[in-house]
Design a protein around this ligand. Structure first.
Ligand SMILES: *Cc1c(COP(=O)(O)O)cnc(C)c1O
Length: 494
């Protein structure tokens, strides 16, 4: 499999190059040259595979420059139940409901039917509504599923070439901690993660990052906003001599390897929710459109997805796009700070990959749209082209929708959900319900304890290993928003 840029300005490259490069040199995003097709027979053979083995089967379709035995080993090492801990008994908050998950400890991303009861060993999905638990990894957000794999891929590829990589990123929430937990202690890799010194992240999120004591992890708190952090990353990364001398890399969701890893759990969910064939519906809280795009790719590969629901919060850039065809990124001043902060976005970077399919993979057409974006700040896709697949719906939810949904799901099913998952369920409930409906659970509620408490009146429980997290010693360097100072810090610490 070769990879091409959505903008068509560079020759096709191998997976390894895509992994290490992130963005294509012409400013576009790398996409696979074609979507490998998976038949019903093939899927039937996959039914009983463990998550690790399924991930190997699917990822092999996209990676042909790592030996199969090695790739298999990387998948097994990544998707290990010690890293992705099954938590069915911990789902309930304040009271015991006798809730039993249908997964087992090796499920990695268990499918949990809401209102499920087990009667004489038979699972009865009472509601037709299920959560796919994507948040059982080390940092309790779905980003672990992809980044844990990316960390191990980096380690292998760099090790083989005897190379090093210095990851530079900015975070306002879940990306930073997921990247740090994926790369901590890895040979040949340093992480420099910028975060806003005040505001933004929850105390839990900050503590997750700053309490890491690994020598290769460098947390830099910038006296400024998330935007200022991002601007610093951009100017450092755009400076070619520095970037090359210090081998600066990125792990944001523009990296294809993250999307690829996420395709796996759509197949896993389908296989867990169906018996022989049939189709399923998915709902995803969406920010940068990475997770939702992985669903689109799975569907292009042949996964029987009946409908895909894209949910946003008050930052409804994607909802507007899917309803009207108009894509108009906001500027930062127009971006709301909400109680589902991980999807507080101004633009949805991965939409470029989706648009590439909308324009029938014509880079000239794609560039025309992106030129419009640059010139007018927006573009509109004509009705006739909407979309490669019409069965995409969208909606947005507000703070009060979120609270109401968290409360409702707890009262009805005894299950606590986080505010992002609540956005997805709220949007699903506001439309015509199609079953089975699988909602992507992107974070655990204890990461967003304040909002959950506001909704149900008590704090969600934490797993023992997270108790006292905020009291651990923290390791962070505070700096002014100054590009030179950050570059100096990197130079001194590689
Ligand atoms: C990152 C994140 C999202 C959004 O995912 P995208 O791939 O950017 O659309 C949703 N929920 C949570 C909890 C996240 O951390």
């Amino acid at each position: 499999m070769k990879y091409i840029s959505t903008r068509g300005g560079v020759p096709a490259v191998s997976f390894r190059e895509v992994l290490l490069a992130g963005l294509a040199p012409d400013g576009g995003l790398y996409v696979p040259e074609y979507y490998p097709k998976v038949s019903g027979e093939q899927m039937a053979k996959w039914r009983d595979l463990s998550y690790a083995d399924l991930s190997f089967e699917i990822i092999s379709l996209f990676v042909d420059d790592i030996l199969p035995a090695t790739l298999k080993e990387i998948c097994s090492k990544t998707y290990d139940s010690k890293k992705f801990r099954y938590r069915a008994p911990e789902r309930v908050g304040g009271r015991s409901t006798g809730f039993v998950g249908d997964g087992n400890v090796n499920d990695i991303t268990p499918l949990i039917w809401l209102g499920q009861t087990i009667r004489r060993g038979h699972i009865k999905p009472d509601s037709g509504l299920a959560l796919l638990e994507l948040s059982n990894g080390p940092t309790l957000a779905f980003k672990d599923v992809a980044l844990q794999l990316v960390g191990n891929l980096f380690e292998y590829v760099l090790g083989e070439n005897g190379q090093t990589l210095n990851i530079l990123g900015a975070t306002s929430g879940d990306t930073g901690s997921a990247a740090e937990y994926a790369l901590r202690g890895k040979r040949g890799i340093n992480v420099f993660m910028l975060s806003p010194h005040a505001g933004g992240m929850s105390a839990f999120q900050k503590a997750q990052m700053y309490s890491l004591q690994d020598a290769n992890i460098h947390n830099i708190a910038i006296r400024g906003t998330f935007d200022e952090c991002q601007d610093i990353v951009k100017s450092v990364a755009e400076e070619a001599p520095f970037r090359e001398e210090y081998r600066i890399g990125a792990v944001n969701s523009m990296n294809w390897a993250r999307i690829m890893a996420q395709i796996v759990y759509y197949f896993k969910a389908y296989l867990a929710a169906t018996k022989d064939d049939g189709s399923v519906n998915f709902a995803v809280p969406s920010g940068n459109f990475g997770n939702a795009h992985a669903c689109h790719v799975a569907r292009m590969m042949g996964l029987p997805v009946d409908s895909l629901t894209i949910a946003t919060n008050e930052n409804d850039v994607l909802d507007v796009f899917f309803r009207t065809g108009v894509y108009r990124p906001r500027n930062q001043a127009e971006t709301h700070i909400t109680s589902s902060p991980s999807i507080d976005i101004a633009k949805a970077s991965n939409l470029e990959r989706f648009m590439f399919d909308v324009v029938s993979r014509d880079p000239g057409e794609l560039c025309r749209y992106w030129d419009l974006l640059k010139k007018d700040g927006s573009f509109k896709v004509p009705e006739s082209m909407r979309y490669v697949n019409p069965r995409i719906r969208s909606g947005m939810s507000t703070h009060s929708d979120r609270l109401e949904t968290i409360k409702h799901i707890y009262k009805e099913y005894g299950t606590l959900i986080d505010p992002h998952t609540a956005d997805a369920i709220s949007v699903v409930h506001s439309g015509i319900l199609r079953f089975p409906m699988i909602v992507m659970e992107t974070a655990q509620p204890c990461k967003f304890a304040d909002t959950v408490r506001e909704a149900v009146g008590f704090e969600p429980q934490r797993r023992d290993s997270f108790c006292g997290l905020e009291d651990l010693p923290q390791r962070v360097t505070v700096m002014d928003p100054d590009v030179l100072a950050v570059k100096k810090f990197i130079a001194e610490h590689v």
